[in-house]
Design a protein around this ligand. Structure first.
Ligand code: AKB
Length: 319
């Protein structure tokens, strides 16, 4: 029985991908791994867990061999804003980690999922309906590592026959585990503070438009692309995927439909604003839709309703 290994299992995406994979394939088949020790109520509680540093090839090899891993979801990485604070660490973890994962995948014939991002685009990329194939000259270390990662995954597929697949994920909105150090994190903070304080000071300007996706759609996309019929895949890696595109002002307006006294103001952080300005407003995801049937279920309205309900349910102080 081949198992699935998830790195970065306690991160924002891993905290929801691991339970979804365990539900679909069985708890024993999904090995959660992270550099951090398991927090209470984490995915480590109901299935195998391994303490794993993705920059240590021997450790990865040992886990892959011991569990007979057939598929790796490699999520461990530093996000865009924190990457600008520690660019050398971001390169080591994001690029060094991926390279070592690909090497182990090659040696043990594993399939590998790599999450690229809208961060793989830059200021010279066409910003509206960004095509699947386009200019990619990002200005962050996060983006540079994402572009290099996309190319390296393509290389391992062509040169060594490794079944690498991936998505260019937009900003992911979720309520289970907090993100850390991303540029799109405002869209999550806003919900918590709207319910707790009725007030949010946004670090991006009101008209900064970015592509976003609700976590249930993101988790489904990651599973669907790995299950897709390989004979239909022309791209394999770095599929543009979309769900909704909005500005902080538009999100605030939508939240105000449910929390009428919510107030937003703005104190722009120049670093995160520059990153956001360099990213697309919206993506063209025709390739994902035609090659493996991608279709999001949540838009701004349904995501907002569900986020507010979920946060209210878990936080008694949030009204
Ligand atoms: C970030 O803001 O860094 C991430 C991303 C869009 O890749 N959420």
């Amino acid at each position: 029985m081949e198992r699935i290994l998830v790195t970065g299992a306690f991160g924002q995406i891993g905290s929801e991908l691991v339970p979804a994979l365990r539900e679909r394939y069985g708890a024993e088949r999904v090995v959660a791994s992270d550099l951090r020790m398991p927090p209470a109520g984490s995915p480590a509680d109901d299935g195998p867990f391994e303490h794993l540093d993705c920059t240590h090839q021997r450790q990865i090899q040992e886990v892959v061999r011991r569990y007979k891993v057939g598929t790796i979801y490699h999520l461990a990485s530093l996000l865009s804003a924190i990457g600008e604070e520690r660019p050398q660490v971001a390169w080591d973890v994001n690029m060094g980690g991926l390279y070592r994962m690909l090497e182990v995948a090659r040696q043990h014939r594993c399939a590998l999922f790599f999450p690229s991002s809208i961060g793989a685009f830059g200021p010279t990329t066409p910003h509206d309906h960004t095509p699947q194939d386009t200019l990619q000259r990002p200005t962050t270390i996060y983006g540079v590592a994402k572009v290099a990662g996309e190319l390296l995954c393509d290389y391992y597929a062509q040169r060594f026959g490794v079944d690498t697949r991936g998505l260019r994920l937009p900003g992911i909105i979720s309520h289970v585990a907090p993100p850390g150090g991303g540029t799109t994190d405002y869209a999550i903070d806003l919900f918590y503070q709207a319910l707790r304080d009725r007030h949010y000071t946004c670090f991006l300007g009101p008209d900064t438009c970015l592509e976003m996706m609700y976590m249930p759609d993101a988790v489904r996309a990651m599973i669907e692309v790995m299950e897709a019929d390989p004979t239909r895949l022309r791209y394999r890696n770095a599929f543009n995927v979309t769900a909704m595109s909005f500005t902080p002002a538009q999100l605030a307006e939508e939240v105000r439909r449910h929390v009428p006294d919510f107030v937003i103001d703005y104190r722009v952080d120049p670093v995160r604003q520059a990153i956001a300005d360099s990213w697309p407003d919206s993506l063209d995801d025709t390739a994902a839709r035609t090659e493996w049937g991608w279709a999001p279920a949540f838009d701004l309205r349904t995501m907002t309703r569900d986020m507010l309900a979920q946060i209210r349910a878990k936080m008694p102080e949030a009204r």
